[in-house]
Design a protein. Structure first.
Length: 282
């Protein structure tokens, strides 16, 4: 058994961690990392470009330095390697909008009501959020950036060769369907999600040139009848967003909708009780 936190500094790290998150989100909102993407910049140049008072911007830059997101020398500031790779908008692996839009604008405010939620009085469930057209679009477009990487890892972890029909339940933007269809050329997928989310998925699947292999069905996965005869049923980021009784129902639906022919079933359970800093807690 791990000993756990041994002194107050470890507790303080947890208590103050939200400040680092908000500093990251503010820098993304201000396009600071884009401004430093090509050359180191002085504080005054950045202040003029962002229209933020130098004394305030200096405080933010010091925080970003302490987090390792920015480096500084002789009043010149530059992006760290990871910041340059993942948080600059013209990078092919840019994920800044995932943090800026989904985590900061949608998920972060939900945690303000965490105690009430634990007591059974949530401000808003993920299901309710995605039923709202405007929030669904914001959530799904941002989530697409955050889902591509895990989808690639999944595609490398399982062999779907010979599988022809995959049901992507609550498939969101279509990131997993897109990546899996690209890797397994015989695969066709059917994606189920709220109608407002499916509209976002339609854009991404069309841009990927996979509109003929990815069928989109708008509806509530907990209420609609799922298509039968699937070789694989995929539920990503779903079970943690529903109640326990609904979770059991989803698992039953997943099992009865797979084809009776021999199918390899994959159950990916990611469970870690080790203490890893900055790991998402949902």
């Amino acid at each position: 058994m791990r000993e756990g936190v041994t002194d107050v500094r470890g507790i303080s790290h947890i208590a103050y961690a939200f400040m680092g998150s908000k500093a990251l989100f503010a820098a993304l909102d201000l396009n600071l990392f884009d401004l430093m993407s090509h050359h180191p910049r002085t504080l005054q140049w950045l202040a003029d470009s962002t229209q933020i008072a130098p004394n305030r911007l200096s405080t933010l830059l010091v925080v970003l330095q302490s987090l390792g997101l920015v480096t500084g020398e002789d009043d010149h500031f530059a992006n760290s390697p990871a910041t340059q790779k993942y948080l600059v908008r013209d990078s092919e692996v840019f994920v800044g909008d995932y943090y800026r839009l989904q985590i900061d604008k949608l998920i972060y405010p939900q945690f303000m009501g965490l105690t009430d939620g634990l007591r059974g009085h949530p401000l808003q469930s993920i299901r309710d959020m995605l039923a709202n057209p405007e929030q669904a679009v914001l959530f799904s477009e941002a989530q697409h950036q955050g889902s591509i990487g895990p989808a690639v890892l999944l595609s490398r972890s399982i062999d779907l060769s010979g599988r022809r029909a995959l049901l992507d339940v609550a498939g969101g933007s279509g990131a997993f369907s897109i990546v899996l269809c690209r890797r397994f050329t015989e695969l066709h997928t059917t994606l189920i999600d709220f109608p407002s989310v499916v509209e976002v998925a339609a854009k991404f699947t069309a841009d990927a040139g996979l509109g003929d292999r990815i069928t989109l069905l708008g509806g509530d996965a907990l209420e609609m009848v799922w298509p039968r005869g699937q070789d694989v049923v995929l539920m990503s980021y779903l079970l943690s967003a529903v109640a326990g009784s609904d979770m059991a129902r989803l698992m039953v639906c997943g099992s009865i909708n797979t084809s009776p022919s021999p199918v390899t079933r994959f159950q990916l359970v990611i469970s870690s009780r080790t203490r890893v800093r900055s790991r998402p807690v949902w």
